[in-house]
Design a binder for this molecule. Structure first.
Ligand code: ADP
Ligand code: MG
Length: 622
């Protein structure tokens, strides 16, 4: 059949390909295995529609390493090629693909991240090989062909004696790519890219122990083919055929080193207007959003592409795990292009909707289980509500508000509960919350004693979300239990008479102001319950929240001063005592001590102040 010259304008295409793809070299194996899989799929399809008659045998592929010859073999029993087809598909088609690739990326070295996604196909084998051979026999009744190319545009094509149907690709691995002759390296790559391919991939053999009787007393080790992949992963099956157990097992197959079980799963399955299948899992999510080892994996026709799904999966779902398989996601484009692509937008919206629907159905059908898992998943939901308006609207139905007593209320339930008792004079509904049960313990206790409902909102992004809640709901104010706005409520409820008369009050105020710094504290006298604390420190909700928001990113700019309202309970015994202490030093010490106690109850007494407090306390008791 002779020799020939491949028809390309770029003479030196191979060195260029090598240079370009250096960092992504390993994709050659994925490309060759994909081609073999395509050939098997074609054959099985043609057989199923009767275009190929008779038995087609067991379909599969095999990878072999020959260290001595320094060759790597990818063998399949798919459709094969006639010599005409080799000329057409390898010399013309594959080459034009390589050329097109080079045209596109010649000047864009910085976009290297996407190169691996570009199906450079067959020619990517020249990244690691000096010489490539194809020995192939078509399913058609024609003799086999043997194509050899050493990396220059010249090739030779002759007849071959190959009898069985299919294709063998032989790579003569180059000196600087010796790694690809190591079994461990090939195993690693097959595991990464081909773990869920639809046809069995054999790589070497392994020892298997077979029990010959039930008790396992007689057992025998046998050498069997080492099949590296799972050909029918759960996501390719119909959801109704799968049990909970199957989903959990698949999770283990995906993440063999993950020991926590997933909390629940979402099976994705659409074929119009785009094709997408997959399974997403909600793992246990800690508040530390930075720990994120195993990520969602993107496949195309069961071939692993990437675990960077940015731009495809909505950002708030990046904490989920699992698999998405879609041939409709364009990958040979930049991330920013991806985000503006309308079909990708549809995919993103679909995923968001499915996640919301799943959560809603758990809420409706098994609310208890949603409540039990709430603290492990709420970060995702809160982040979703914050960043995606479409999700916010859906999530309003199932979003739960946990209370400090571990009740989980929907918004309407919460509203009904507090409507009567928790409104301020302007008719705003005041929703009380704590961010930390321990730090804000005395304030929670105080509020609970007054019969108020207190939520426990402890996620790192909650301040941002509260801000959004308030903007979406009318006449609703969120107020942390230690905020000064709480006073509006407490006053209304208590409506108590003060034990001190006006003259005493006028005397008391400057005594306290004298001890605390003026810029930081506003002193406010309140006739509260005599069982309440003598002094309480309250921060303006707004200031504190803005600070919080700055710390977790975003929010208003500028620095916020630390400001407190120092609430003095004029009905407390101790206040009377302060008022009646004649010795100035002693009085000052009493006030200082009391304010420190207030700080201590809020866990804000730290450093030098704490040291002084301890010293003063010892002096007082000795
Ligand atoms: P693509 O797979 O995107 O078409 P490739 O460069 O990977 O591009 O392959 C070019 C063509 O060569 C394929 O479309 C196919 O027709 C043919 N081919 C490659 N490998 C095989 C194989 N193992 N068996 C049969 N045909 C193959
Ligand atoms: Mg290909």
């Amino acid at each position: 059949m002779g020799k020939g010259k491949i028809n390309v304008s770029v003479e030196n295409i191979f060195p260029l390909i090598k240079k370009f793809l250096y960092s992504d070299q390993e994709i050659f194996l994925r490309e060759l295995v994909s081609n073999a899989t395509d050939a098997l799929t074609k054959l099985s399809h043609m057989s199923s529609i009767g275009e190929i008659k008779g038995d087609i045998g067991n379909l599969g592929l095999e990878i072999k390493v020959n260290k001595k010859e320094k060759t790597l073999h990818i063998i399949d029993n798919g459709v094969g090629m006639t010599s005409e087809e080799v000329k057409k598909y390898i010399n013309d088609v594959a080459f034009s693909g390589a050329e097109e690739f080079l045209e596109k990326y010649k000047d864009k070295k910085e976009d290297a991240g996407i190169i691996g996604h570009f199906g450079l196909g067959f020619y990517s084998s020249f990244m690691v090989a000096d010489k490539v051979e194809i020995i192939t026999k078509s399913y058609k009744d024609e003799s086999a062909a043997h194509w050899i190319c050493d990396g220059s545009p010249e090739y030779s094509l002759k007849k071959s004696q190959k009898e069985e149907r299919g294709t063998e690709i032989i790579l003569h691995i180059s000196k600087d790519s010796k790694d690809y002759l190591e079994e461990s390296k090939i195993t690693e790559l097959l595991n990464k890219y081909n773990k869920f391919m639809p046809f069995p991939i054999k790589f070497g053999t392994k020892e298997e122990t077979i029990n010959k009787d039930e008790k396992g007393e007689k057992s025998e080790t046998k050498t069997v083919d080492n099949i590296i992949n799972i050909t029918n992963p759960a996501w390719t099956k119909t959801p109704s055929d799968l049990k909970d157990e199957d989903y959990k097992n698949f999770y283990k197959e995906l993440y063999p080193f993950q020991f926590d079980e997933p909390l629940f799963h979402i099976h994705l399955n659409v074929d119009y207007p785009f094709n997408l299948t997959g399974i997403l899992y909600f793992p246990k999510i800690s508040n530390d959003l930075n720990i994120q080892k195993d990520r969602i994996q993107l496949y195309q026709n069961q071939v692993f592409v990437t675990d960077n799904v940015e731009g495809i999966v909505p950002e708030f779902l990046a904490l989920l795990k699992g698999v998405i398989d879609s041939p409709d996601i364009p990958l040979n484009v930049s991330r920013s292009y991806l985000q503006s692509d309308t079909s990708v937008k549809k995919i993103t919206n679909y995923i968001t909707r499915k996640v919301a629907d799943k959560l809603n159905s758990i809420f409706k059908n098994d609310r208890k289980s949603l409540e039990e898992k709430w603290n492990d998943i709420k970060v995702v939901i809160e982040y979703g509500m914050l960043t995606e308006d479409k999700f916010y609207d859906k999530a309003e139905e199932f979003n739960l508000y946990p209370t400090v007593d571990e009740k989980y209320l929907t918004y309407p339930e919460l509203e009904k509960k507090i409507k009567k008792s928790q409104t301020d004079k302007d008719g705003n509904l005041i929703i009380l919350y704590a961010q930390n049960k321990d730090d804000q313990h005395s304030y929670i206790k105080n509020a609970k004693e007054k019969g108020y409902e207190v939520l426990l909102l402890d996620s790192p992004i909650i301040s941002h979300l509260i801000q959004k809640f308030e903007s979406k709901k009318e006449k609703v104010k969120f107020t942390r239990v230690d905020s000064d706005a709480l006073e509006n409520l407490i006053n209304k409820e208590d409506n108590k008479v003060s034990k001190l008369n006006d003259e005493e009050k006028e005397k008391l105020k400057p005594m306290i102001e004298d001890v605390v710094s003026e810029e930081k504290y506003t002193v406010q006298l309140e006739p509260m319950d005599s069982n309440s604390l003598p002094f309480m420190l309250a921060q303006p909700e707004f200031m504190r929240r803005m600070k919080d928001m700055q710390q977790t990113g975003g929010g208003a700019m500028g620095s916020f001063p630390e400001m407190y309202t120092l609430i003095v309970n004029t009905n407390h015994e101790l206040i009377g005592k302060i008022l009646n202490t004649r010795t100035e030093n002693k009085r000052k010490r009493l006030i200082k001590q009391s304010i420190d106690l207030a700080k201590l109850s809020q866990s804000t007494l730290k450093g030098e102040e704490l040291t002084e407090f301890i010293k003063r306390s010892i002096d007082l008791i000795k």
